[in-house]
Design a protein around this ligand. Structure first.
Ligand SMILES: [Zn+2]
Ligand SMILES: [Zn+2]
Length: 365
């Protein structure tokens, strides 16, 4: 059987390539991709701001099992898998041998991106989500999707959503704590919903009214519009107001600009925690002045979070199953494109003409 992939052949350049879908090797399985989200990091790659080149784009995907390799009987939670089952893979692999893996930090495995980043020409070709098929490797975590979770919600579960579940867990959020979320994009909304279910008070900061409106549907008890509170001091005051002078136990940066980290350090309360995951670039242009003494004097904890431990995808799918009716996760994707339209979809996503585009690689045109 032949299939197609959308490979990145240059900066802002995509080519659809056709390959023979290989028989799955021992321990591997082939899935037919039903939906694949366009994530912010896909846009970074397409724009050439990332190391990957000539790889198959897409990593937030969901698909149906079409072929099981020798020895594959269950998913990574021990549940039986059969042909036709919907599954989501963790998009990165864990080598279990690098220094990060040896210390249990599977989320930062130094070989985590090898498979996702390999060139399209290399076996087994189907290594990304913008493709009719995807080959799940023998050491790659994957889970069955609960019936109640629709494809477009499941597709995004393996990236931002799992990262938020992991981040909040790692940070140690507790009942009645106040979490301030900077940025009401997908990550911020997920964080808000998760913290809400844990009995925390959620305050979301953003500068776009429509996004703040959305945040209230995702569990935020208060929102702060940066246009009404233009300075850090004013926003900090507002947080003190809302919390009866208590302040923010946790500040989560999902805004992704260096200035947000500086603000997080300033608004976190004494003994508070700053969760940093919005800033991902390590370019020198991201250097900003910060007052380290604030971290000392306030005894702050700074938690950096990249990806998530692989089994958090399982927890996230269970979370989505439980809360699929409480929060409008379904509303977060707005336009669907075929595989041949990948280039158009990327352009529209990059220019923000669509907020959350989704590729349906097997869509009939
Ligand atoms: Zn992603
Ligand atoms: Zn490793």
């Amino acid at each position: 059987m032949k299939g197609k992939v959308a490979a990145m052949t240059g900066i802002e350049e995509i080519q659809i390539k056709e390959y023979q879908l290989p028989k799955p090797d021992k321990g591997c399985l082939n899935i037919e991709v039903t939906k694949s989200n366009i994530c912010g990091s896909d846009i970074h790659m397409w724009e050439g701001k990332h190391l990957f080149k000539n790889h198959v784009l897409g990593h937030e995907m969901v698909g149906k099992v079409i072929e099981l390799g020798e020895g594959v009987e269950t998913d990574y939670s021990g549940e039986k898998v059969n042909l036709g089952d919907r599954v989501v893979p963790v998009y990165y692999l864990t080598c279990q041998k690098c220094t990060a893996c040896l210390n249990g930090h599977f989320n930062i495995c130094t070989h985590g991106s090898d498979y996702q980043g390999q060139v399209a020409e290399k076996h087994p070709h189907f290594t990304g989500g913008f493709a009719t098929h995807y080959v799940i490797q023998s050491n790659q975590y994957f889970y069955k999707v609960p019936d109640k979770v629709p494809d477009n919600v499941a597709a995004g579960a393996n990236c931002g959503m799992s990262q938020m579940v992991y981040a909040i867990d790692q940070a140690g959020l507790k009942v009645n704590d106040t979490l301030v979320v900077q940025g009401a994009g997908g990550l911020g909304l997920f964080a808000s919903a998760i913290a809400d279910t844990m009995g925390a008070n959620v305050i979301v900061i953003d500068s776009v009214a429509a996004r703040l409106e959305e945040a209230t549907k995702f569990g935020a008890s208060h929102v702060i519009d940066m246009n009404s509170f233009p300075s850090i001091e004013e926003r900090k005051e507002k947080i003190l107001d809302i919390t009866n002078g208590e302040g923010a136990d946790f500040v989560l940066d999902a805004a992704g600009v260096p200035a947000a980290f500086n603000e997080a350090v300033r608004i976190a309360k004494l003994g508070g925690t700053v969760i940093e995951l919005g800033n991902v670039s390590v370019d020198e242009s991201q250097n900003i002045p910060i007052v380290p003494g604030l971290i000392t004097r306030k005894c702050l904890t700074i938690k950096g979070i990249l990806r998530y431990q692989p089994w958090y995808l399982y927890k996230t799918l269970k979370f989505l199953e439980k809360y699929s009716e409480k929060y409008p996760f379904d509303s977060l994707t707005d336009r669907t494109y075929s595989l041949n339209e990948s280039q158009i979809a990327m352009r529209k996503a990059a220019t923000k003409e669509v907020t959350r585009a989704i590729i349906e690689p097997n869509k009939k045109e």
